[in-house]
Ligand binder design. Structure first.
Ligand SMILES: *[C@@H]1O[C@H](CO)[C@@H](O)[C@H](O)[C@H]1NC(C)=O
Length: 406
């Protein structure tokens, strides 16, 4: 399968010069009273704190808590130079914000009803799929570039109501100290490659993505671009690859999690990563990935979860692989340690401060490597704790994604 870097634009597509009206004080008070009645704390705030590489992230805690009511207010708050906790209490639907586009794209995998087609973004079809037949593509351009989130922000959802539809988010251009928690991002032109990325990180530091659900995404569910994403924790998210359009013309999204970068530290803990056929994750570009206590589930026999190529340094422990026939794509050129045995796992102690946990495999392929040559990269870093894979079996599916912590 042809794969290419996700393209990241450096411009802001949406104008952010918008008045910052929000809920009236009375509306906020009513909302808080309803929450107290329902047995919840009155004011929404980030729940818990990040462990692993993004430990210490505070997001918008130093600023006001605001409740946007329109798309324009949401965009304005997220791009503001002020610290904010931004609470979503409804679906923000951007699907038709920039209208609909009809253009010539291509069909690299055929024109069957379940086959993904591609937008000719940056001449991708022309340059990389010259033999693919032309097709007419009809898509919503709003989804092709995410809303920019600037430094010192928390973007959180209230209960299970915080949904952003038809556009993703981007933490880029030097942004730092950002938390996204308890929201869902959905419906980004799922029929089309280049239809949109749900969450993009590129040139940022101290980012925590927690209890987020992503679904029906045309391109990457999560992409860390080629620039450095210095300290990132991705925890307890529900990455849902279920789709009606894919490169294999089945119901499994291919473009899951892509960790590129030039100097990236990524803690991936407690995530439910399911129903994909590829890139979940693809790791490269001087990225140190600590994958711990994740639950990989339901892959087709011809797909794969991991791609580990040059510049990837990957430690996988305490995780479950259930119905993942091919855990690792062939041709891995990066370095990886799969916590293969309690004897081998003792090597973690010197660098992580504890032994590693073995992984659990059910109806899944093999994944075995005891390379420890990159372990010194963990020295002096904040390292996430590890439960057993049996703990993951019991808790992760039930607790991952939107609507679980609030
Ligand atoms: C973020 O907040 C910190 C601490 O208040 C402050 O020093 C920094 O300048 C802020 N960053 C931006 C880009 O506003």
């Amino acid at each position: 399968m042809k794969s290419s870097c996700s393209f990241i634009l450096g411009v802001v597509a949406l104008a952010a010069s918008i008045a910052q009206a929000a809920l009236s004080p009375r509306e906020i008070q009513e909302h808080q009273e309803r929450r107290v009645k329902a047995g919840k704390r009155a004011t929404e705030a980030v729940v818990g704190s990040a462990e692993g590489f993004a430990k210490g992230v505070t997001g918008g805690a130093a600023g006001a808590t605001v409740y946007p009511t329109t798309n324009a207010e949401l965009v304005s708050y997220l791009g503001s130079s002020t610290a904010y906790t931004i609470v979503l209490q409804k679906t923000f639907d951007f699907t038709t914000a920039d209208g609909e586009t009809t253009a010539t794209g291509c069909a690299p995998w055929g024109t069957g009803s379940a086959c993904q087609e591609a937008i000719n973004q940056n001449d991708w079809c022309t340059n990389y799929e010259p033999d693919a037949p032309d097709v007419t593509v009809e898509y919503y351009p709003s989804a092709t570039l995410g809303i920019q989130i600037t430094s010192n922000k928390s973007l959180i959802g209230s209960g299970s109501s915080g949904i952003i539809k038809g556009i993703g988010v981007r933490i880029v251009s030097g942004a730092s100290n950002v938390i996204i928690q308890n929201i869902e991002i959905t419906n980004l032109n799922p029929k089309y490659v280049w239809g949109g990325d749900a969450i993009t990180l590129n040139d940022c530091d101290l980012v925590w993505i927690d209890h987020v659900t992503t679904s029906l995404i045309g391109r990457q569910h999560l992409v860390l671009g080629t620039q450095a994403d210095a300290r990132v924790t991705i925890s307890y998210n529900n990455f849902d690859g279920t789709t009606s359009y894919s490169p294999y013309c089945d119901s499994y999204a291919y473009w899951g999690l892509f960790f590129d970068g030039s100097d990236d530290l990524v803690t991936l803990k407690g995530n439910y990563i399911h129903h994909f056929s590829g890139r979940s994750p693809k790791v490269e570009g001087n990225t140190l990935l600590h994958a711990v206590n994740n639950y990989w589930y339901d892959y087709p026999s011809y797909g794969h979860a991991f791609e580990i190529t040059t510049g990837a340094y990957v430690l996988v422990e305490g995780s479950v692989f259930q119905n993942v026939p091919t855990v690792l794509d062939s041709g891995a050129t990066g370095q990886y340690f799969t916590s293969p045995s309690t004897t081998a796992n003792a090597a973690c102690t010197a660098y992580l401060g504890r032994a590693c946990q073995v992984n659990g495999f059910g109806s899944s392929g093999t994944f075995s490597s005891s390379t420890t040559s990159f372990f010194s990269d963990f020295s002096g870093k904040n390292i996430a704790s590890a439960e057993t894979y049996a703990w993951v079996q019991e808790y992760v599916i039930a607790d991952a994604g939107i609507g679980k912590i609030d």
